[in-house]
Design a protein around this ligand. Structure first.
Ligand code: NAP
Length: 256
């Protein structure tokens, strides 16, 4: 069986590693968009990097590589790739599975303000007095310019995997390049060092980057949380919550 795993999340690389050990006879290709400069690639798995060229390009690629099964383990905010993968599988009548970890939920003491886009988060901050200290942005680099445009007056700590284009940054920004997972001790130390007063994050879900929300709770920091973009409800029946669920579904038919 030839499987294409669409990556971009920790679930994707964990599934690749598990498949390489548990079912070495599978022919797995791991695909990345090529957004991160030095991605961590799972050993022993074929990798391809770069877009396919829309739905038509993906359909052609799947046909050319005789793929039998597509596993979409992209990040919960990568809705275009998910849409393309779903449509391509429909056109070719290929089995499709999506891994989407559950969204984070606030506790009773969390002060979450929900927004539906990064631009909305920036506009909200632009209208607020936030005082001294820093706002922590963990939103990736693509849409940083909204904070420069709508809320340039604040101090920021911008944490991301790769250094952003300087012209996208708000004027008072400290950049921290780091790759998760982040422990609670690390997050507590960072909140203390930079006197974090607010957190802006996407609702990515998962454990690897959850500690910042605990730290925000402990410091009574308001959180602006970017809610997940809506997906077609048709996908729900083909969605599992973790790489372990995906592994079980892939392995069981083969072992029965
Ligand atoms: P997107 O808007 O859904 O996809 C944009 C385009 O990037 C797709 O149309 C596709 O190009 C290409 N692409 C995306 N994932 C790909 C993959 N795994 N393999 C090959 N091509 C891929 O995605 P995005 O939000 O820009 O994110 C890009 C990548 O970063 C995704 O793989 C995602 O999992 C990862 N990521 C995203 C976020 C986030 O917050 N959005 C966070 C962490 C990681 P073509 O149309 O040319 O095929």
């Amino acid at each position: 069986m030839r499987i294409l795993i669409l990556g971009g999340s920790s679930e994707a690389s964990a599934l690749c590693r598990a498949l390489a050990t548990a079912v070495p006879k599978l022919d797995v290709t791991y695909s990345l968009a090529g957004v991160t400069k030095s991605p961590l690639l799972p050993e022993g798995i074929k990798t391809r990097i770069g877009g396919f060229g829309g739905i038509a390009g993906l359909v052609a690629w799947l046909k050319n590589h005789d793929i039998d099964y597509v596993i979409d383990a992209t990040h919960p905010f990568a809705i275009q790739m998910t849409h393309h993968a779903w449509e391509a599988c429909l056109r070719l009548s290929l089995p499709y599975m999506r891994i989407s970890r559950p969204a984070w939920q606030p506790t009773q003491i969390d002060q979450w303000r929900h927004v539906s886009s990064i631009e909305q988060a920036a506009c909200l901050l632009g209208q607020q007095q936030v005082g001294a200290g820093h706002i922590l942005l963990t939103i990736g680099r693509k849409e940083l310019a909204f904070f420069k445009e709508h809320a340039p007056q604040h101090n920021y700590v911008v944490r991301l995997v790769d250094r952003p284009e300087p012209s996208f940054l708000p004027p008072k920004a400290i950049v921290l390049t780091a790759r998760g997972p982040f422990s609670l001790e690390e997050e507590r130390a960072m909140f203390k060092k930079y006197q974090i007063t607010h957190l802006v994050t996407k609702n990515s879900g998962g454990n690897d980057t959850y500690a910042k929300l605990i730290s925000a709770r402990e410091n009574l920091c308001p959180v602006i949380i970017i809610d997940r973009p809506a997906q077609s409800p048709d996908l729900d029946a083909f969605t599992v919550e973790s790489w372990k669920d995906a592994l079980a579904l892939i392995c069981n038919p083969l072992h029965s």
